[in-house]
Design a binder for this molecule. Structure first.
Ligand code: ZN
Length: 308
């Protein structure tokens, strides 16, 4: 309740020095990207901490809460806004766990649900970037309301996490878009948007009850309304690249404004209206289960696996 309850977990990680150097570079763009956010000035006045560190790791052991349910592929800590503003955040990208989810889950999902002409745009590099920038994007935007309602987290109570996750997803894609324009990211922009679309199907299979699940459904239904994708007669989904830009801009605007206003009622009605899995989408998700595509990975780990 109210995002106060805590649980415990621990990871054993091996740092990937080469990738970490590449990732460190992107954090330096945060202030500039904050200034460019598609929202009114008052909602982007905060200055994101730039001493945040962003690193890639291979994970060798999950324990506690992180090994109990869905397996995380990226970590962003601390959650305390005061510390975030003063010190920035530490973001960890778990590369081998991402690779496993891409090969075993995302790629097969796209073969069932993404338009055949767009499947070539499903790439691991895009999946890695989208996941990475989701974490970085938690540092963008607004932490304190602009109308004396205190922190966004307190003002939005139990709705805060769903909206914050939705913000990180959409602003992550916004960051990719901006950095791609600057020539900082390789590949086609279509790789990132198509892989992002397939990623919604992957995430929504965890259900619409979690914060991530609700955020995913809001984005899916918002994109649908804006024509950012359409469904083909054969049941696959096609991304409309020309409409995607505007949908990203409008959803970013909506979320940042709700957060900055600490608009609890506005968030509740958004979640009620769009945070749901339609029966049509449920049928598509059922196709994935019938195709035996797993929802998540399970780790074989520990001293037995290491032969110790
Ligand atoms: Zn997140």
């Amino acid at each position: 309740l109210f995002g106060i309850k805590a649980s415990h977990e621990a990871y054993v990680l091996i740092k990937d020095q080469v990738w970490s150097e590449k990732l460190a570079r992107f954090a330096s763009f945060l202030p500039e990207l904050q200034t460019g956010l598609p929202v009114s000035e008052a909602y982007k006045a905060e200055i994101p901490g730039t001493d945040s560190d962003l690193n890639a790791y291979d994970i060798v052991y999950y324990s506690g809460d992180c090994n109990a349910g869905s397996k995380t592929i990226a970590i962003n800590l601390p959650n305390d806004e005061t510390v975030q503003l003063q010190k920035g955040t530490r973001r960890l990208q778990l590369k081998n766990a991402m690779r496993a989810k891409f090969d075993i889950i995302l790629k097969p999902i796209s073969e069932v649900l993404i338009d055949s002409s767009q499947q070539k745009h499903i790439t691991f590099d895009a999946f890695f970037a989208n996941t990475m920038f989701h974490e970085v994007a938690h540092g963008l935007g607004i932490k304190n309301t602009i109308n004396n309602k205190g922190t966004v987290r307190n003002a939005l109570k139990e709705q805060a996490s769903a909206l914050e996750e939705g913000k990180a997803d959409i602003l992550g894609l916004y960051m990719v878009q901006q950095l791609h324009k600057k020539g900082e990211l390789e590949g086609e922009m279509k790789d990132y948007t198509t892989t992002f679309m397939a990623g919604i199907f992957r995430s929504v299979r965890f259900g619409a009850s979690s914060a991530h699940g609700k955020a995913n459904m809001i984005r899916f239904n918002f994109f649908k309304e804006k024509g950012a994708f359409t469904k083909n007669a054969n049941g696959t989904y096609k991304v409309n690249y020309d409409k995607m830009d505007e949908a990203i801009r409008q959803l970013s605007y909506l979320i940042l404004t709700l957060q900055g206003n600490g608009d609890y009622d506005g968030v509740v009605s958004l979640v009620d209206d769009k945070g749901i899995i339609s029966s049509d989408l449920q049928l598509d998700l059922d196709k994935l289960s019938k195709a035996n595509i797993p929802v998540d990975v399970v780790f074989e780990q520990g001293i037995e696996v290491l032969g110790l």
